[in-house]
Design a protein around this ligand. Structure first.
Ligand code: PGA
Length: 243
């Protein structure tokens, strides 16, 4: 059966304008189709429009439009052909104090515009050590997704990203990831009666992707720092999408 897994590259706050052409040139010849999504800095989104991959935005406003200095609305993102948005990334929760309630409002705006939402969830190292992973994930998911219809939730994907695995080189075992993804799918089914796709993210490299890709219930991957290197990112795409 053909794999339908997706790969998202989260470029975070990296690159200068003059570095982007070379980066895009390297990705240009890939047969990415709709299953590779790149999320550059918002200011660079126009450079990435109309290429051989889908476009995502790293963050979206919880407001619809108007006097919200520095914000970018879902409507605006949609108007330049952005189809995905990351919501609730742990860096936004940690550095910008985003709460599950704020995240829900962002999701509301995104879904109104029919953007595909990638809701990031994950436990910290302390929470893991205190055996609170499942409790934390359940709360993050329940609060963020409460009040949406089953139809709306069909545009939501969940990315399981343990905070302790992001940018650290530490990766849970395949068994641990698979178990947690199974838990997330079961929780979403129990709470909202919908099936959800679940990605894994955290210290994915061109070296460990073949191993991670063996996880049976994973629906794709969210890649941070390795996506900054076009050659390495291409290898990940090859393993997951084009092979
Ligand atoms: P990383 O980041 O791949 O650099 O660990 C993942 C992420 O933040 O989505």
């Amino acid at each position: 059966m053909e794999s339908k897994k997706i790969v998202i590259g989260n470029l975070k706050m990296n690159f200068l304008a003059q570095e982007i052409t070379a980066y895009l040139k390297k990705l240009e010849k890939m047969d990415c189709g709709k299953r590779v999504i790149l999320c550059p800095s918002t200011i660079y989104l126009p450079y990435f429009v109309g290429k051989n991959f889908e476009l995502g935005i790293q963050n979206i406003s919880a407001f619809e439009s108007g006097a919200y200095t520095g914000e970018v609305s879902a409507q605006q993102a949609k108007s330049i052909r952005v189809h995905y948005c990351l919501v609730g990334h742990s860096e936004r929760r940690i550095h910008f104090q985003e709460t599950d309630e704020m995240i829900r409002e962002k999701i509301r705006q995104a879904l109104k515009e029919k953007l595909k939402v990638v809701l990031c969830v994950g436990e910290t190292e302390t929470e893991k050590d205190e055996l609170k992973t499942y409790k934390v994930l359940k709360k993050q998911i329940r609060t963020a997704l409460r009040s949406f219809s089953g139809k709306e939730l069909s545009d939501v994907i969940i990315a399981y990203e343990p905070v302790w695995a992001i940018g650290t080189g530490k990766v849970p075992s395949n068994t641990e990831i698979s178990y947690t993804i199974g838990f997330i799918k079961a929780i979403v089914k129990e709470l909202f009666d919908v099936e959800v796709a679940v990605l894994y993210g955290g210290s994915i490299t061109e070296k460990n992707i073949a191993q991670l890709n063996k996880i049976e219930n994973v629906d794709g991957f969210l890649v941070g720092s390795t996506s900054l290197n076009a050659d390495k990112f291409k290898k990940i795409i090859e393993v997951v999408v084009t092979q």
